[in-house]
Design a protein around this ligand. Structure first.
Ligand code: AMP
Ligand code: MN
Length: 220
């Protein structure tokens, strides 16, 4: 098992640990962008309250409910629909390495799930998430689909990967795209490399924006 990883059962033996469960919901689709570029798969993520991209889910207390019941409850709050998640959908459990999690005395274990759905069900989730979900506009600012294609110009998956993600959500996304064969290893590699170049551009853009803001502030 990779470092920091543990089995679901081992994770549950830690009574002092805190637990958080998140899930990647996805489906196949026949739709085409601009009528010609196959979308192939719909993969759902969300823009979180903290401005970071992540997967739906949240904290679960295993002394009160199973991990999967807790995750389903979190999904009801964030998506407006109680998408049932089962043990078979579990992918990995690992200790969080984020600085905020390690500053707490109780270690945080992150459980990750993947669930395949029908395209129609994904559409229902998207509708409910923006209308009846209690967390809409609060903990969740909106659901987003992940573009899986990368254009010659670099747009698409590479741009998406250059955004900021919560915890290890970016690697959970990349690992899942590879494991489920949603994107080929060659295309993932190309997207990551293009994304790295984009990050350098972002640093420069932010510097220009900062200088402009300073100029404008002086004029006020
Ligand atoms: P939430 O209630 O969804 O914010 O999640 C509970 C905890 O899990 C928070 O401390 C987050 O920092 C962390 N977390 C949320 N999503 C992820 C993710 N995809 N990968 C790693 N950590 C996450
Ligand atoms: Mn959450």
């Amino acid at each position: 098992m990779a470092s920091g990883q543990l089995s679901r059962d081992e994770a549950l033996e830690c009574s002092q640990c805190r637990h958080a469960c998140h899930v990647m919901l996805y489906s196949n689709t026949a739709s085409k962008l601009f009528g010609k570029i196959p979308i192939r798969h719909i993969v759902l993520m969300q823009m979180r309250f903290d401005g970071l991209l992540g997967f739906p889910g949240g904290f679960v207390d295993p002394s009160e409910e199973t991990l999967e019941e807790g995750l389903t409850r979190e999904l009801l709050e964030e998506l407006g629909i109680a998408v049932p998640v089962s043990i078979e959908d579990h992918v990995e459990s690992r200790f969080s390495t984020s600085p905020s999690a390690s500053s707490s005395s109780n270690k945080l274990i992150l459980h990750f799930y993947v669930k395949k759905m029908e395209e129609e069900q994904i559409r229902e989730v998207e509708k409910a998430a923006s209308s009846i979900a209690s967390d809409h506009g609060l903990e969740v600012l909106g659901m987003v689909r992940v573009p899986l294609y990368t254009f010659e110009s670099g747009g698409g998956l590479s741009c998406f990967l250059s955004h900021s993600f919560i915890g290890n959500a970016r690697s959970q996304l990349i690992d899942s795209l590879l494991r489920l064969h949603l994107v080929s290893p060659k295309d993932i590699r190309r997207a990551i490399q293009s994304s790295q170049r984009m990050q350098e551009q972002t640093v420069q853009d932010l510097q220009v924006a900062l200088e402009l803001t300073e100029e404008q502030r002086k004029c006020l």
